[in-house]
Design a protein around this ligand. Structure first.
Ligand code: 9YW
Length: 413
């Protein structure tokens, strides 16, 4: 971005250009459909200049909700050969062609923020969406908890942190030798060095095949799916969403039985992800009980969930002081750190925003402001990239990216 440009205007223009009529794609080419958590962040960005359009984004997302309450990670509104795997590979039967997994359930949290920004426009819209948001929360409670109340991801794509080192041990145990031939599309849009490896991709597709063979029946998948990892992203966002749903139900006078109990259960689950030997929130394989031994950017999302931690705060201060463009998606002092490979090192503005919001909510305003300012500097120096090298700041992945623009408008700019 050069100094002549107006970053606010540029950010708005990115959202407008990525708008496909009621929903926003993450970026042209690489991601041509509606992604679940991208969309919730896009709504937050729209709310900064067009509150009505913000609600439409969330309404379109929930128009793809399955009858059991599940809200898919991708809605394939219009087919696009530039992305693989498309709806024919997933083989799902929702109201809109879709994938068969979810993403971190942040929509209720963003709906609350958008409603708080403009209650006049938001009152009727949030009321109308509330039952759908509650149904999704209940689906998560029913199908994604481990025995301690931590929320599990059943596919690396589900957590939104595709190739994070968190999944390495579990992925290594998956036999993908019969996955068959397929043609990746992501590496034709962006540098393959910055993307997940073939080893990982084979397993992503194998897990989709297992889901499809099970007809995406969750009961069957509890035993058929070898990938089930309790994870900080899912656990912290689900807990935050439950708290926001409770706040909305109280403010709007809508009955929502069981939310207090759900919050207590999710809180216990989130706390169970504390790995004392590592000194961090961590992921845990739900089948084997084995820790991932991974300090990721999701580890710092505890405050977003209303969980304070002096040890995480110390870690964060150290990261803010020593990493040029924080927060890296994987601890740079750990051997698997890879500065440009997607979720194995790079910095992601959306995670920074959620960490920053959490810090601020819990009174850690100095660290919140430091993180916000550093994220703002990063975006203004290097543009609205999908993600950034935490050591040099250089942009990576797709550009003119919806969620980075939305983060700028709502928080970093
Ligand atoms: C995929 C769209 C998505 C994000 C994820 C990110 C990547 C690839 O892109 O996923 O095919 O789902 O890891 O967090 O939602 O921006």
């Amino acid at each position: 971005m050069n100094q002549q440009t107006n970053p606010d205007r540029e950010a708005r223009n990115i959202l407008i250009a990525n708008d496909r009529g009621g929903y926003t794609i993450p970026t042209e080419g690489l991601y041509p459909y509606q992604w679940n958590w991208d969309s919730a962040i896009a709504a937050l960005g729209f709310a900064e200049f067009d509150n009505d359009r913000a609600w439409t984004e969330l309404e379109t997302l929930f128009s793809g909700q399955w009858s059991d309450g599940m809200v898919p990670h991708i809605l394939f509104h219009k087919s696009d050969p530039g992305y693989f795997p498309g709806p024919d590979v997933w083989g799902c039967n929702g109201p809109i062609p879709s994938s068969g997994i979810i993403q971190p359930p942040i929509a209720a949290t963003m709906a609350r923020r958008i409603w708080e920004k403009d209650r006049t426009v938001g009152e009727a819209r949030v009321r109308a969406l509330f039952p759908a948001m509650l149904a999704w929360h209940r689906w998560v409670m029913k199908w994604r908890l481990d025995d301690r109340g931590a929320v599990c991801t059943t596919h690396p794509w589900e957590t939104g942190r595709d190739n994070a080192p968190d999944w390495d041990n579990t992925m290594a145990r998956i036999d993908a030798s019969d996955v068959g031939e397929y043609q990746r599309r992501d590496t034709s849009h962006v540098n393959s060095e910055d993307r997940p490896t073939k080893f990982d991709y084979d397993r992503y597709i194998k897990l989709v095949q297992i889901g499809r063979q099970s007809n995406w029946d969750q009961q069957t998948l509890l035993s058929a799916n070898p990938f089930r990892v309790a994870d900080p992203t899912m656990s912290f966002t689900s807990l935050r969403a439950a708290r926001d749903l409770l706040a909305l139900s109280a403010a709007l006078g809508i009955e929502a039985d069981g939310l207090e109990d759900d919050i207590a259960r999710l809180e216990a689950g989130a706390l169970s992800l504390w790995n004392d030997d590592l000194g961090s929130f961590d992921s845990r394989d739900a089948h084997s009980g084995e820790w991932s031994e991974s300090v990721s950017n999701a580890s710092y999302m505890c405050w977003f969930a209303g969980i304070d931690s002096e040890k995480m705060l110390d870690r964060l201060r150290h990261t803010l002081d020593t990493v040029p463009y924080p927060i890296p998606s994987y601890d740079p002092d750990m051997p698997k750190f890879d500065a440009r490979r997607y979720w194995r090192g790079p910095t992601w503005a959306i995670i920074n925003m959620m960490v920053g919001i959490g810090l601020n909510d819990m009174g850690h305003t100095k660290e919140a402001e430091q993180l916000r300012a550093k994220t703002g500097d990063l975006i203004s120096a290097y543009g609205f990239a999908e993600y950034f090298d935490p050591t040099t700041g250089s942009p990576a992945g797709g550009n003119a990216f919806t969620w980075t623009a939305a983060v700028w408008l709502h928080w970093a700019g």
